[in-house]
Design a protein around this ligand. Structure first.
Ligand SMILES: [Mn+2]
Length: 358
C-alpha cells in the first residue's frame, strides 16, 4: 500500500491534533548514529517523531481547514478505516473518489508560449540541523537560490556554512543591483557568484541551485543535489536529476571542487497554476517524489498558501529523517552500496515553494 507522509497522516487521520503530541510523555533524544544502527531491527516501528515547533501552526491550520469528510477519506485510503466507513456518506465517497483520481499532465502545454508574463508567489521553510544551508528569494524579478554547504568540512575545522552563505549572498546582491526588468540567467548568476565567492578565499564547498522565471520560461542551473521539481495539475512534470561523484558525495562548488561549467542547465515553459518546489537534499533525500507530489496535490486542493506547502513538505521531510521508514536516501544506499538500513538523513532542510501565477 502507498505510504502516506507521516505528518499528513498524523495531522489528518489521528484523533489528537499535532500540537498535543508535544504534551505526551518525554522521549529520549534521537541520535543519527543510533538510528542507523537500530533501524534494521525494526524496533523503532512505533517511535513517534515530534514535528518541529516551527510548523505546528501550519499543521493546526491544515487540520482546521481540511473538511471532516476529506479526513475520513484519507483514513480510508491509507487503511486506518475500512471502506465501509464511506457507506451512506455521499460527501465522504466524493472525497475518496477525488483522492483516487489520476492526474494527467498535458504534455502539449510544455511547448506553449503565450504572451502574458507569469510571476512567482513564493513561501519558504528552513529547518536547521547544522545550519549550513542558505537560500534567497526574489519574487521580483523571479529568482530563487538554494545552496547546501558540504558538511564534511566541519571535521576539518572549517566553517561548512561559509561557502553556501557567501554564494547565496553574492547571487542575491547581483540580482538586487541589476537593472529592473532585466531577465536573470541562472547560469551567469551562479558563475558570477561563484567567482566572487572564490575570489574572497571563502573556505568550504557547496551544492547550489538557482532558478529564474522570466516571461513564461523557467530556467535553471544547478551543481550537485540541491534541486527542484515542477508540478502541473497535481502531477510532477519536471524534476532535476542530482549530480553525484559517488553515494552521498554530490558535485560541489568550491575553490578545489567542481566548476560552474559542470552545472546542469535547462529551461521549460511554465503555465499559470504550476507549482515549483526548490530545495536542498534535506528535502529530496527524505521525501520520495511520490510523497512530494501527494503533498503538493493535497495542498492545492485545500488552497494552502506557498508558505504552508513549504512547511508541510519540510515537516514531513524532518519526520521522515528521524523515522524508520524507507527514504530516497536509504533506497539509494541500498541500491548503490548494498546497505540494509532504513530511515532518512538528518540534515538541514530548505524548502521554497512558489506558485506560478499571472
Ligand atoms: Mn544537505
Amino acid at each position: 500500500m502507498e505510504q502516506m507522509p507521516i505528518l499528513l497522516f498524523r495531522s489528518l487521520v489521528s484523533r489528537s491534533p499535532p500540537s498535543s503530541i508535544s504534551k505526551s510523555k518525554p522521549r529520549s533524544p534521537i541520535r543519527k548514529k543510533a538510528k542507523i544502527e537500530n533501524s534494521s531491527r525494526g524496533d523503532r516501528a512505533t517511535m513517534e517523531v515530534l514535528p518541529p515547533a516551527e510548523i505546528l501552526p501550519t499543521l493546526a491550520e491544515m487540520k482546521a481547514r481540511t473538511p471532516k469528510p476529506m479526513r475520513i477519506a484519507y483514513a480510508i485510503r491509507y487503511g486506518r478505516l475500512p471502506a465501509s466507513a464511506a457507506a451512506g456518506r455521499e460527501d465522504v465517497a466524493r472525497c475518496v473518489a477525488a483522492l483516487a483520481r489520476t492526474y494527467e499532465p498535458d504534455m502539449d502545454d510544455l511547448m506553449e508560449f503565450p504572451e502574458v508574463a507569469l510571476k512567482l508567489q513564493p513561501g519558504s521553510c528552513y529547518l536547521r540541523d547544522h545550519d549550513e544551508d542558505a537560500h534567497f528569494i526574489r519574487a521580483d524579478p523571479g529568482v530563487i537560490g538554494v545552496a547546501d554547504g558540504v558538511g564534511s568540512w566541519r571535521a576539518k575545522g572549517v566553517d561548512a556554512a561559509a561557502f553556501s552563505r557567501a554564494l547565496m549572498a553574492n547571487a542575491r546582491a547581483q540580482v538586487d543591483s541589476a537593472v529592473p526588468g532585466t531577465p536573470v540567467c541562472p547560469y551567469k548568476l551562479l558563475e558570477r557568484a561563484y567567482e566572487q565567492t572564490v575570489a574572497a578565499s571563502t573556505p568550504g564547498s557547496s551544492t547550489a541551485v538557482i532558478v529564474s522565471l522570466s516571461g513564461r520560461v523557467l530556467r535553471w542551473a544547478y551543481v550537485g543535489d540541491s534541486g527542484f521539481a515542477l508540478f502541473r495539475r497535481g502531477r510532477m512534470v519536471h524534476r532535476s536529476q542530482p549530480q553525484q561523484a559517488s553515494f552521498n558525495c554530490p558535485y560541489q562548488l568550491g575553490a578545489w571542487g567542481n566548476k560552474v561549467g559542470e552545472a546542469a542547465v535547462g529551461q521549460i515553459a511554465v503555465k499559470d497554476g504550476d507549482v515549483l518546489v526548490v530545495g536542498s537534499d534535506g528535502l529530496f533525500d527524505n521525501l520520495f517524489d511520490s510523497a512530494i507530489q501527494q503533498i503538493v496535490r493535497m495542498c492545492g486542493e485545500l488552497k494552502f498558501s506557498p508558505k504552508m506547502v513549504a512547511d508541510i513538505l519540510a515537516g514531513n521531510a524532518y519526520c521522515n529523517a528521524r523515522s524508520n521508514q524507507d527514504s530516497p536516501f536509504s533506497a539509494a544506499s541500498r541500491q548503490q552500496q548494498g546497505t540494509s538500513f532504513t530511515g532518512g538523513k538528518q540534515d538541514d532542510i530548505t524548502v521554497v515553494v512558489a506558485y506560478i501565477v499571472s
